[in-house]
Design a protein around this ligand. Structure first.
Ligand SMILES: [Zn+2]
Length: 288
C-alpha cells in the first residue's frame, strides 16, 4: 500500500532509511522545520537549514522515488529567544516560493511560556498574510493538555484562521477531540516507547474514526522509527480494518490536507487524485 509520512525529520536520517521507506510503499514525506539537536547560534544557521529543506533534501528523496515537501519556521524550543525568532521569521518569505514548501510549521509550544506564545502568534500572522497552511507541534507529557488548549484558544481568537487549514500534531487520547472539535486536522506521532505507539494510535482511530486524522513517524533526533507508519498499517490490518479505512488515514487524508496548498496542486500530476491513486506518483525533482 502506498503511504505518505506527513511528519518526518529526514535531515536526521541516513539515506538507507529512504531506501527502506520506498520499499515499504512510501511515496511522499513532509518535513517540518524543527530543532536540530542543538540550539543554533544565529539566524544564518536557519537560513542554511531552510536551504537544506528546500533544495538538498528533495533531491535526496527523489533518488528513491519519494516526493519531499517541507514546512518552515523557528521551532518552539528555540523560539524562547524572541529576538532570534523574529530574525528567523523575517527569512521565511524568501523561501515561500520554493516548490516543495507546504506552509508554516511546526510552530507551537514546548513549555507553554509567554515567549513561545508570542512567537507562535507572529508565525500565525505570517501564515495568514501569505495564505499558508499551518502545522502545529503540541508539547509533550504533562504540558500537552494545557499547551493544546492554549494553542487552540490562540487560533480561535483570530477569525482569519481557517481551522480546516491547520493540522495539530502529536495528539493523544486526551487531546485528539479538542483538536477535532475545533475543526482542525490531527496528527498522531508514532514513537516506539514514548508518545503514541502504533497500537495506541489504532485505539484512537477506533475511538474517533478516520476523518481529518493522519499518522506519522517523526523520525527525529530522538529514538524513533522511520518505518512506524507501515507498522501502524500492519496493526490496522491485524485488527481487521478495511483497506479503504487504512488507506484513508495513511494516504488520502494527508493528500487532502496538503492539496490545500497552492504549490502542492501545481506539483501534483493527475494520478495523485484524492479518490484513487493507483499508479506510482511521479514528480520531477524540485526545480531549485
Ligand atoms: Zn517534528
Amino acid at each position: 500500500m502506498y503511504y505518505i509520512d506527513p511528519h518526518i525529520h529526514m535531515i536526521s536520517r541516513v539515506t538507507d532509511d529512504y531506501q527502506r521507506m520506498a520499499y515499504a510503499g512510501c511515496v511522499a514525506v513532509s518535513e517540518p522545520a524543527f530543532w536540530a539537536g542543538f540550539d543554533r547560534g544565529s539566524a544564518a544557521g536557519f537560513h542554511d537549514y531552510f536551504r537544506h529543506l528546500t533544495e538538498y533534501e528533495p533531491k535526496r528523496a527523489a533518488q528513491f522515488g519519494i516526493q519531499h515537501y517541507s514546512w518552515l519556521c523557528i521551532n518552539a524550543k528555540e523560539a524562547e529567544n524572541v529576538s532570534l525568532a523574529r530574525e528567523v521569521i523575517a527569512l521565511i518569505p524568501e523561501f515561500l516560493h520554493k516548490p516543495n514548501v507546504l506552509g508554516i510549521g511546526e510552530i507551537g509550544l514546548n513549555k507553554n511560556t509567554r515567549n513561545e506564545a508570542t512567537v507562535f502568534l507572529e508565525h500565525v500572522e505570517l501564515a495568514v498574510e501569505t495564505n499558508e497552511l499551518i502545522l502545529v507541534h503540541t508539547p509533550h507529557l504533562e504540558d500537552k493538555y494545557k499547551g493544546t488548549r492554549m494553542i487552540l484558544d490562540m487560533l480561535r481568537s483570530d477569525r482569519r484562521v481557517d481551522p480546516a487549514r491547520v493540522l495539530i500534531d502529536h495528539v493523544e487520547e486526551h487531546t485528539v477531540k479538542l483538536a477535532l472539535d475545533a475543526g482542525c486536522w490531527c496528527g498522531m506521532t508514532l514513537y516506539p516507547l514514548t508518545k503514541c505507539t502504533p497500537a495506541r494510535a489504532v485505539d484512537i482511530i477506533e475511538m474517533v474514526g478516520t476523518d481529518r486524522i493522519v499518522v506519522n513517524s517523526a523520525g527525529d533526533w530522538g529514538k524513533s522509527d522511520p518505518l512506524a507508519v507501515p507498522e501502524f498499517i500492519q496493526e490496522m490490518k491485524r485488527r481487521g480494518h478495511s483497506e479503504a479505512a487504512i488507506r484513508k488515514v495513511v494516504f488520502d487524508n494527508p493528500l487532502a490536507f496538503f492539496s490545500q496548498s497552492n504549490r502542492w496542486a501545481k506539483a501534483t500530476p493527475p494520478q495523485w487524485g484524492i479518490n484513487g491513486a493507483t499508479t506510482a506518483p511521479v514528480r520531477e525533482t524540485a526545480k531549485v
